[in-house]
Design a protein around this ligand. Structure first.
Ligand code: HEM
Length: 405
């Protein structure tokens, strides 16, 4: 299909299996021929870097509040309550309040202090893998790291962490553009079970507070010194959000990054020869296969984008995956280049809602990938990887791997 037809036919609610495997030819076609593309449901799909930056930076015109959009999708459900209470789907002043509390616990100092535990965790996982000939890059490694890190951040006891991953996958899965009854029920039940668990955890923590410098839950419970506190509902839903925000995205950074390296042996050798390139390599992994591919906003005043006038009340989808390969911003954007600088990608978005956990995600990515590569420089696929099959969160469910080719 030629580019014009590919872009003209694009409908976020009717995606093809080929699209899920490789969405980039479609994104390329959209950016070139329909950069502000109207979807049959009346929303608009944006693919140009500059248009995304405009939308992210103008919080007055582009709202993150999802109450209108989610009411028909979720009805009066716990899933609705959850997604409309978390900070990412709110505008100031609710957003500002919660963000301030969370950012305090994710300060550069707090994150630097996590490094020692993180190295130990990664090395322990690598020891376990060394004992096997074949392993799953996702289950045995990439997914095991963020769940422990966020578990530590909220200080969830180790033996209570097991359900966290499935809850998180189910709740985020319900954010896909179209969901069936089963996905809705899974998401809703996950919120219910998660809330029940957190109520117990919060009660225990109120009785025995942790160190608010390190423990986000204690920090959120105590609120700010000047008396700014979260309601019980805000507290619980934002804890859930924090776990979700930092889990699948970071798993996918590690998984996508290691798969990209194995598909680009020259870049893999370059990183092995120059381990000090890990920082730019992680940025390139974030750009090239962004783990969070889509963002959403709603116009609350008339705006002009790409020569089109969008009235107030228009939902827009911001395609990070497409913007991160925009040749107007990135020379030779389809090339995976671990030394790329500058690399002002939008994997963490930009503006008021820019990822609050990006320093942590970068640290996790750098330690996981560099230690993995040092230990298993000859790792190779050992079977067909299984993609997550989602458009918003791009990553793998399983990547069978051998420690030696
Ligand atoms: C590679 C990993 C990650 C990626 C790609 C990522 C991506 C993003 C993006 C694109 C947003 C903006 C959403 C929007 O406004 O449309 C966001 C927000 C957020 N992320 Fe991340 N994230 C990652 C890891 C993390 C981690 C590890 C944490 C915390 C532990 C975290 C916490 C948050 C929070 C709290 C927000 C909401 C910020 C706000 O609304 O002000 N993220 N993330």
């Amino acid at each position: 299909m030629d580019a014009r037809a590919l872009a003209a036919d694009f409908d976020l609610e009717r995606l093809t299996p080929e699209f899920y495997v490789n969405p980039y030819p479609t994104y390329h076609a959209l950016r070139e021929t329909h950069p502000v593309k109207r979807m049959p449901n009346g929303s608009y799909f944006l693919t140009r870097y500059d248009d995304l930056v405009t939308a992210y930076k103008n919080t007055r015109a582009f709202s993150s509040d999802k109450k209108k959009e989610f009411a028909p999708k979720y009805g009066a459900s716990l899933l609705y309550e959850h997604h409309t209470t978390s900070l990412v789907f709110n505008d100031p002043p609710i957003h500002t309040r919660v963000r301030r509390l969370i950012m305090g616990a994710l300060s550069p100092r707090a994150i630097a202090e996590m490094e020692g535990d993180l190295v130990q965790l990664v090395d322990r996982l690598l020891d376990d893998i060394a004992g096997k000939r074949s392993f799953d890059l996702i289950g045995d490694f990439a997914a095991a790291i963020p769940i422990e890190v966020i578990g530590n951040l909220l200080d969830v006891p180790h033996d209570e962490r097991e359900p966290l991953r499935d809850w998180s996958l189910a709740i985020l899965g319900a954010l896909e553009p179209v969901i069936g009854e089963a996905a809705f029920a899974r998401g809703n039940n996950a919120v219910k079970d998660f809330l029940a668990y957190l109520e117990v955890l919060v009660e225990r923590r109120r009785g025995r507070p942790g160190n608010p410098e390190r423990d986000v839950l204690t920090r959120l419970i105590q609120g700010e010194a000047d008396g700014e506190k979260l309601t019980e509902k805000e507290l619980l839903h934002n804890c859930i959000f924090l776990l979700n925000a930092g889990h699948e995205t970071t798993t996918n950074l590690i998984g996508n990054g290691l798969v990209a390296l194995s598909e680009h042996p020259d870049q893999k050798q370059r990183l092995i020869a120059h381990p000090d390139m890990i920082k730019t390599a992680v940025e390139e992994m974030l750009r090239y296969e962004s783990s969070n591919q889509l963002g959403n906003r709603m116009t609350v005043e008339p705006v002009e984008l790409g020569g089109l006038a969008l009235p107030a009340g228009t939902p827009v989808t911001l395609c990070i995956g497409a913007a991160n390969r925009d040749p107007a911003q990135f020379p030779d954007p389809e090339r995976f280049d671990i030394g790329r600088t500058p690399n002002r990608h939008l994997a963490f978005a930009t503006g008021a809602h820019q990822c609050a956990g990006m320093a942590l995600a970068r640290l996790e990515g750098a330690i996981a990938i560099s230690h993995f590569l040092a230990r298993f420089p000859d790792y190779a696929p050992d079977g067909e990887p299984v993609r997550g099959g989602r458009v918003r969160f791009r990553g793998f469910l399983n990547v069978p791997c051998a420690t030696k080719a």
